[in-house]
Design a protein around this ligand. Structure first.
Ligand SMILES: [Fe+2]
Length: 196
């Protein structure tokens, strides 16, 4: 059984930031530092939330009860890629396993490519409407799954956002949802209590 304690500790720390009414700047600095610590260890992610599928998967790990932030495991199988999309809220992406390539896209007809970032395990990058909010993400590893842990400033799967046609720049309404119906149990602390 995986020890989920690092994820529980991360969620507690992020909840404290939310309770303090953290500004986006604090989320993207202090939140990023917390995420970096979480992904330094690769043993806590439940197997159920690490499975690739016929298209890229988005497993909700936790949503704040007040929808101030959420934590999602993204799993890309070989060759898998997102559509060009935006987020509308701040987001943090931390690479856990494998590698992914994020390509910034600028509005236009056709849209033009911006910065290309290759993320390696342990690295964290940010997205935000105040920075660069439109991109396309793909698995950079041709023969294995890649997994990144994302945090967003809202319940991302239930936020109305957009996908874009890169040839025309046309924008279409997009609500991503999640691929799992149940979230991991963070709260079975019985072993540590019994051992105390
Ligand atoms: Fe994204």
């Amino acid at each position: 059984m995986t020890d989920i304690a690092p994820l529980r500790d991360f969620i507690r720390a992020m909840t404290r930031l939310a309770d303090e009414g953290a500004s986006e700047t604090r989320w993207l600095t202090e939140g990023a530092a917390l995420l970096r610590r979480l992904i330094a260890n690769d043993a806590w992610l439940p197997e159920d939330c690490a499975q690739a599928g016929p298209r890229y998967r988005q497993y909700l790990l936790h949503c704040d009860p007040l929808e101030r932030f959420c934590v999602v495991s993204f799993v890309w199988g070989p060759g898998q890629k997102t559509p060009v999309h935006n987020h509308t809220v701040w987001g943090l992406v931390g690479m856990l396993r494998g590698e992914e390539i994020s390509t910034a896209m600028h509005p236009g007809a056709p849209m033009t490519m911006g910065e290309v970032d290759r993320l390696r395990p342990g690295e964290v990058v940010a997205v935000s409407p105040n920075l660069q909010d439109i991109h396309v993400v793909e698995n950079a590893i041709p023969d294995a799954a890649s997994i990144s842990i994302h945090v967003y400033g809202g319940n991302i799967g239930a936020i109305a956002r957009s996908v874009f046609d890169p040839a025309t720049g046309a924008q279409k309404r997009f609500v991503s949802g999640y691929d799992n119906a149940v979230v991991p149990n963070l709260w079975d602390r019985s072993q540590e209590v019994r051992a105390a």
